[in-house]
Design a protein around this ligand. Structure first.
Ligand code: NAD
Length: 419
């Protein structure tokens, strides 16, 4: 292990570089920001620690921030999501990277500590492990932090919990909550890449299968939609009445997980919640049921219970573990219950990460510009940034839209005119 990186194999850099370049072709908004950052250097000399899935899209974000002048280090935000060739390519560019696909939990947290050793003034997180480690283990460091950004729903939930308890010590922007993030990344990104992960892991035909999607949030919307498109019969489980109703009217069957457990062929959890598929459900599943998770943490399926119940376990394919139950049933768990789209495939397509990471880059610039001025809380993405990302993406796609006429603007601002 060298001083300034801990990666699997530096010789993978060439392959990584080529794949990063491929992703860049689908990231025109980030490219526009990168060109401006190169000229203006808005992040000049600012120490930054990023804890993100180490993918080709992330590499494009990291290079954009570096072109903006940031002094940046990167660690993994999940033990199984790192693309080792990307880590190698970034390390070859002189970016300190701490990430190895398949690292154990101790290594994962050691890598986060290494990223914190950089003494960041800005943090970039996906799931809030970097921020929570800093707050709980090295709270004195928070005094020097200008602010941070958070990429995903689960991370934002954790940060809001810290804020409610008065434990958050610096301002953080909830990038996840930008419309140009969750409406596209969570829905279309997770929708496509989760199916991609399940298919790459199993090579199974989805047509005709009963696919159970647990959680009808933005990710669940996307997964259900894409599974239906491939001919699956989709069942949704929910705890929120409005979301359940929406699923019914979107044409899906909605039932309790207890009922779905008995009929499902393929299960995908995407709730951000714990033990959504629990012991009692594992007991009633069909022989051959396939379990996967696309939520942030590997707690949505009760894996410790599955481990205890099984009389034997073997690795069937690289991302498929076969648990044999005492009654002879086999239950298959994909990617150890970690985000199946990142652990068994390549994560979201670059075109949606273009918008998520454009938000990241612009929010980090905003934090740097407003250093010391923002109250300590979880902030929304400024509306101008969200709007700017949408405009740039439409322009890059060659799509033009209408503008309000003066008459229309006046009408919309008024109340006088009725029937
Ligand atoms: N795989 C990825 O690349 C990726 C991308 C974006 C977000 N995420 C993660 O996916 C998860 C979901 O994100 P989201 O944006 O869709 O969140 P969301 O809050 O929009 O939706 C979650 C839904 O799950 C439901 N839910 C909670 N507990 C449940 C239970 N026990 N049974 C059934 N439904 C339950 C909630 O009512 C809610 O409707 C989060 O952990 C998020 O961080 C993953």
């Amino acid at each position: 292990m060298s001083n300034n990186f801990d990666i699997k194999d530096p010789s993978l850099a060439g392959e990584g570089r080529s794949r990063i370049e491929w992703a860049a072709r689908e990231m025109p908004v980030l490219q526009t920001i990168r060109n401006r950052f190169l000229r203006e250097r808005p992040l000049q000399g600012i120490r930054m620690s990023a804890c993100l899935h180490v993918t080709t899209e992330t590499a494009n974000l990291i290079m954009t921030l570096r072109y903006g002048g940031a002094d940046i280090v990167l660690c993994a935000s999940n033990p199984l999501s790192t693309q080792d060739d990307v880590a190698a390519a970034l390390a070859a560019e002189g970016i300190p990277v701490y990430a190895i696909k398949g690292e154990d939990e101790a290594t994962y947290y050691r890598h986060i500590e290494r990223a914190l050793d950089h003494l960041p003034r800005l943090t970039v997180d996906d799931g809030a492990d970097l921020v929570s480690t800093m707050h709980s283990k090295r709270p004195e460091m928070t005094n020097n932090v200008i602010g941070g950004t958070e990429e995903t729903t689960t991370g934002v939930n954790r940060l809001r919990s810290m804020e409610r308890r008065g434990q958050l010590r610096y301002p953080i922007i909830a990038v996840n909550d930008a419309e140009t993030k969750y409406l596209f990344d969570n829905r279309y990104g997770t929708g496509q890449s989760t199916i991609d992960g399940i298919v790459r892991a199993t090579n199974i035909l989805l047509a005709g299968k009963q696919v159970v999607v647990c959680g009808y949030g933005w990710c669940g919307h996307g997964i259900a939609l894409r599974a239906k498109g491939l001919g699956a019969r989709v069942i949704v489980t929910e705890v929120k009445p409005v979301r359940a109703l929406e699923a019914v009217m979107d044409g899906f069957e909605v039932m309790s997980i207890a009922a779905a457990a008995r009929v499902g062929d393929i299960f995908v959890t995407v709730t951000g919640d714990i033990n959504v598929i629990d012991r009692a459900h594992l007991e009633t599943m069909k022989d051959g049921a396939i379990l996967s998770n696309s939520g942030h943490f590997n707690v949505e399926i009760n894996i410790p219970a599955l481990e205890k119940m099984a009389r034997s376990k073997r690795r069937f394919r690289s991302a498929v573990d076969d648990y044999e139950m005492p009654d002879g049933r086999h239950i298959f768990l994909l990617a150890e219950g970690r985000l199946v789209n990142l652990a068994a495939a390549e994560g979201h397509p670059a075109s949606v990460m273009d918008m998520s990471f454009a938000n990241q880059a612009l929010c980090l610039e905003y934090l740097a510009k407003n250093a010391g001025k923002l109250p300590v809380k979880v902030h929304p993405v400024p509306a101008e940034i969200d709007g700017q990302v949408a405009r740039l993406k439409l322009a890059a796609m060659g799509t033009s839209i209408d503008a309000l006429t003066e008459e229309q603007q006046r009408y919309l601002d008024s109340w006088e005119q009725g029937t």
